[in-house]
Design a protein around this ligand. Structure first.
Ligand code: NAD
Length: 336
């Protein structure tokens, strides 16, 4: 077998394995391998496809977000796609990200970034019309999600009505639903006592709790929400602040909960300082995070940079070392 056909058969093997892991993680909320192992295989696929671009196909997991929604929920078509994020696992990848931004923008001046913990839960879209919560959906495959309005309405820190009165007629708030660690531990203790399914980690407990057909079950689960971006905003003439970080503050004024650790930084150097500061306080945070996210703060630059198939060019997730995720998953395997 020559090098090219060896790569091709490895690509096919990786796609099949990753598709199976995606199904277990996104559809069944029941991962069979630790995230670090998944990430290794996913990166191997990305590298091989980069080296052999003619082998990239539309149905490769490298081109897709999440998984198709479960048919037991009604479907919601996202007006603005809900994408994933590119990952950086080391400082060099972050510096390369900054260089790509400068090259594409043909800009030498240092860029400002919104810096946000990467909450380990699941992405949710919440639509407000005339200040009232009218619909909520999961990300699904990025284009079509599951209608989980009844469940989202049970989450205590999500406002059913926005504060104030100067909000746009129609505004889609995006953010992460997650389960704080203390709630996760209590939930698993109670599940064990009742002989019910024990969750692998807070992320899967949050996903399993939110995608319930009976919202009374969701209501009993200790879920929380932090907003981190906007989707559709109407009318088009509504004037929003020009920086992402200012838009987040505005959401805060309207009563939407924001992660207290969010900040801004200048250049990759500032981002790395933020990364180390959050990494140091990771254990003290009441919720799980698997890294930090850096987003070009100026919205017009975000628009210039645009998207690739599954992720925006203007953002990157800098992942933390994955030691604990392995421990968590193994702990559960021993407990079950
Ligand atoms: P991702 O988790 O790497 O990044 C995108 C997601 O980050 C968004 O959808 C959002 O939910 C979340 N997020 C958290 N904080 C955010 C913030 N401040 N701003 C923007 N987004 C924020 O991508 P993904 O496509 O959701 O999942 C891929 C990851 O999931 C993999 O890297 C892997 O770790 C895990 N995974 C694991 C398995 C497994 O079998 N163990 C299978 C599939 C995926």
């Amino acid at each position: 077998m020559n090098d090219s056909s060896r790569s091709e058969s490895r690509i096919l093997e990786l796609r099949q394995t990753i598709n199976e892991y995606n199904y277990q993680y996104y559809v069944l909320d029941d991962p069979s391998v630790p995230d670090a192992q998944y990430d290794r295989l996913f990166n191997e696929l990305l590298e091989l496809e980069k080296a052999h671009p003619h082998l990239v196909t539309d149905d490769s997991p490298s081109q897709k977000v999440g998984a198709a929604p479960l048919s037991s929920f009604s479907q919601v078509q996202h007006e603005v796609p809900m994408l994933s994020l590119d990952n950086a696992f080391d400082e060099e990848s972050l510096l390369a990200f900054e260089k790509r931004l400068h090259d594409r923008l043909k800009e030498d001046t240092e860029l400002t970034f919104s810096c946000e913990p990467k909450l380990d839960g699941l992405a949710v879209s919440i639509l407000y019309e005339k200040g009232k919560l009218v619909r909520a959906a999961t990300r699904g495959d990025g284009r079509v999600g599951e209608n989980i309005t009844a469940n989202v309405r049970t989450i205590a820190n999500i406002p059913l009505s926005l504060r104030g009165s100067d909000w746009p007629e129609r505004i889609e708030v995006r953010g992460e639903v997650f389960m704080p660690r203390s709630g996760f531990i209590k939930l698993n203790e109670s599940q064990k006592k009742h002989g019910a399914k024990v969750f692998a980690n807070p992320r899967n407990a949050a996903a399993g709790s939110l995608r319930q057909l009976d919202s009374r079950i969701t209501a009993k689960r200790p879920l929380q929400f932090y907003a981190y971006s906007l989707g559709v905003v109407l009318p088009d003439s509504y004037s929003l602040p020009e920086f992402h970080s200012q838009r987040l503050r505005l959401l805060g004024e309207w009563g939407l909960p924001l992660c207290p650790e969010i900040g801004t930084a200048t250049g990759a150097t500032g981002c790395l300082q933020y990364y180390h500061q959050i990494l140091k306080s990771r254990e003290k945070l009441p919720y799980d995070i698997d890294g930090v996210v850096f987003k070009v703060d100026k919205i017009t630059l975000q628009h210039t940079l645009g998207f690739v198939s599954r992720a925006p060019r203007w953002a990157i997730a800098q992942k933390f070392p994955a030691q604990e995720e392995i421990t968590t998953l193994h702990d559960v395997e021993f407990q079950v």
